[in-house]
Design a protein around this ligand. Structure first.
Ligand code: FE2
Length: 244
């Protein structure tokens, strides 16, 4: 099966459209949270998830909407954009966001979560030490994650237990093998933070066991203009151009 996995759309319609235009042959979509927050098109992005029958889970921004996470813990930019987003959302959007689970099974040992299996909405897996804790505690072949907005791959050798990290700033291709387990960060569709402003997404061929992390250009200036027009913090527009 050809599977499209996206994360951290963050209300960026232009980035989402560019990614979906690249994923036209996909049979099933998954979104690993943070559909909303930061950007100017929350309703469009939520509606698009339903339109493409995307299996979505909550991110920390959805957790803020449902009250599972207090706004207090978010930085000022996130907080301001979440307050703005809450004013845009309709009743059915709140229902939809509340209905989202925190984890998803793609197959029996290929799973998805926003942050980490330990703390689905909040924990970042940014280094080998944190990844080691996850590989040791949970039994899986692949965990797809988002949250950090930095695409990359942790590999864990099941025999010698060596963990390696591969960044995917320019994309990456991974062929699954018998010896390893993997944590794959899909990066962010709508607000990349690895210095590459291109939208990030994943194509996963579950029959071949091949994972491609890919990047695509999108209409950044249009997304920026909408953020400014909505009176959201200017920094949220500026950062899109430089991928921070
Ligand atoms: Fe995010």
């Amino acid at each position: 099966m050809k599977i499209g996995i996206i994360s951290d759309i963050h209300s960026n319609r232009e980035a989402l459209e560019a990614v979906l235009n690249k994923l036209t042959n996909v049979e099933q979509f998954y979104c690993l949270g943070d559909i909303i927050g930061y950007g100017a098109d929350p309703i469009y992005c939520l509606e698009k998830m339903k339109e493409i029958d995307c299996l979505c889970i909550k991110g920390n921004h959805e957790g803020a909407i449902t009250g599972e996470l207090e706004l207090y813990y978010f930085n000022d930019y996130a907080k301001q954009s979440l307050e703005w987003t809450m004013k845009q959302l309709r009743e059915q959007d709140f229902h939809y966001i509340h209905s989202l689970p925190k984890k998803v099974d793609i197959t029996n040992d290929i799973l998805g979560v926003h942050g980490s299996p330990r703390q689905p909405l909040w924990e970042y897996i940014l280094d080998e030490q944190t990844a080691e804790g996850i590989f040791n505690k949970f039994d899986f072949k692949v965990y797809f994650i988002g949250h950090s907005h930095v695409p990359g791959i942790f590999t864990f050798h099941r025999n010698n237990r060596i963990i390696k990290y591969f960044e995917a700033t320019a994309g990456a291709d991974l062929v699954l093998d018998e010896k390893h387990s993997y944590i794959v960060n899909c990066g962010s569709v709508g607000q990349p933070r690895d210095g590459n402003p291109q939208a990030s997404y994943v194509l996963f061929d579950s029959e071949k066991g091949v994972i491609n992390i890919k990047r695509v250009n999108y209409a950044i200036e249009r997304a920026q203009r909408k953020i400014i027009k909505a009176h959201l913090p200017h920094f949220l527009a500026q950062r899109l151009a430089i991928g921070i």
